[in-house]
Ligand binder design. Structure first.
Ligand SMILES: NC(=O)c1ccc[n+]([C@@H]2O[C@H](COP(=O)([O-])OP(=O)(O)OC[C@H]3O[C@@H](n4cnc5c(N)ncnc54)[C@H](OP(=O)(O)O)[C@@H]3O)[C@@H](O)[C@H]2O)c1
Length: 329
């Protein structure tokens, strides 16, 4: 009788290990299997042959693709690379996974929607991306679905972390440089902490792998799921909350001066502006709140609301002084 996934020592191929989500996955996935995590230099998603070879050599039971072209504005003028990384590469990984009987976990985005809805988007709502990035990410989803491989496509949104490049760190940096910040208040979404995404992914994987004695438990749950923080906010309110939390914490503990490169926060006022007043190369949906109901029904996972996640991110990571490194880089 063939061994079940729960009995086997699982080999997991993780891409994007240095990204916001990938870094957190690299911490958690070793609890689930043996992780092989090449960086961009060892496995470039632009090189399809290299991808095929890697999957054939490593022969993972599970591929977790956390790599992506995430520069939303740059993608507008760099469509070929964005398409190759976000659409073609996931297709190649999925095709190779299918050949060796592996499953694939892939991340996608709220930017597959056009933002015309005014209630949280469900997985069944039609996608209609309005940016090159959104189009390439949706094409990546489709490429995976078309392969008929067991998959989990996890759509998340407004991802931040205490390292890398993201809105949280940009606001903290700007707050040491400018007395006034002008931040968009007419786009709604749910800022999601990369650690929560990784933790929820690991919980799902442990659950699915531990299920019964089916040889291929991923086929039972194969599909697309929304995985974002609960609640909704605007970039303006998110920025205001970041600075409130930072000011509150700076009175209690001393990490903040290190986190901001030794400079004090000088911002006195945040001015709400419209997206029209802050032109960007890529259009962004005015409303991209996603409903996590399916995630809760399928896996019992309830994502905490965005403000709670932000507080956790601050208290856990910032107290550990990890932002020192992130802000300086
Ligand atoms: N960031 C967001 O706000 C957001 C929102 C919604 C959905 N998502 C999705 O969530 C997932 C994770 O995003 P993230 O924020 O963690 O991304 P991220 O921090 O930008 O990390 C992306 C990772 O992909 C790697 N990568 C890029 N091009 C590559 C290539 N050609 N070959 C190999 N690796 C390559 C990067 O490598 P280097 O470290 O070498 O650069 C990096 O490790 C992605 O699928 C993204 O589309 C993100």
């Amino acid at each position: 009788m063939p061994a079940t996934l729960a009995q086997m020592k699982l080999t997991i191929l993780l891409t994007g290990k240095n990204g916001q989500v990938g870094t957190e996955l690299l911490r958690l996935l070793p609890g689930i299997g043996e992780v092989v995590a090449p960086d961009r230099h060892e496995l470039n998603l632009l090189d399809a042959d290299n991808l095929r070879r890697a999957v054939r050599d490593i022969r993972p039971q599970l591929i977790v693709n956390a790599a992506a072209y995430t520069a939303v504005d740059a993608a507008e003028t760099d469509e070929a690379n964005a398409y190759a990384i976000n659409a073609s590469a996931p297709g190649v990984l999925a095709k190779e996974a299918k050949k060796i009987g592996a499953a694939i976990v892939h991340y996608s985005t709220d930017y597959v929607f056009d933002g015309s809805k005014r209630a949280p988007y469900d997985e069944g709502d039609p996608a209609n991306p309005i940016s090159v990035y959104g189009k390439t990410k949706f094409a990546g989803e489709q490429a995976i679905r078309n392969c008929d491989v067991p998959h989990l496509i996890l759509r998340t949104a407004w991802v931040y972390s205490t390292r890398g490049r993201n809105f949280l760190l940009t606001i903290l940096r700007l707050a040491t440089e400018r007395q006034e910040l002008r931040i968009v208040r007419d786009q709604l979404g749910a800022p999601t902490w990369s650690r929560e995404i990784a933790t929820s992914t690991a919980r799902i994987l442990a659950q699915v792998i531990g299920r019964g004695n089916r040889a291929s438990p991923f086929s039972q749950v194969s599909g697309t799921y929304h995985m974002t923080a609960g609640g909704e906010t605007t970039w303006y309110d998110f920025a205001s909350t970041i600075l409130d939390e930072a000011s509150r914490l700076s009175r209690e503990i001393s990490w903040l001066s290190a986190a901001t490169g030794g400079r004090p926060l000088v911002t006195r006022r945040i001015i709400p502006i419209t997206a029209e007043e802050y032109p960007t190369s890529a259009a962004r949906p005015a409303y991209s709140v996603l409903s996590n109901s399916l995630l809760t029904r399928a896996f019992g996972i309830r994502m905490s609301d965005w403000h709670t996640q932000l507080r956790h991110a601050f208290s856990l990571e910032c107290k550990a002084q990890q932002m020192t490194v992130a802000c300086k880089s």
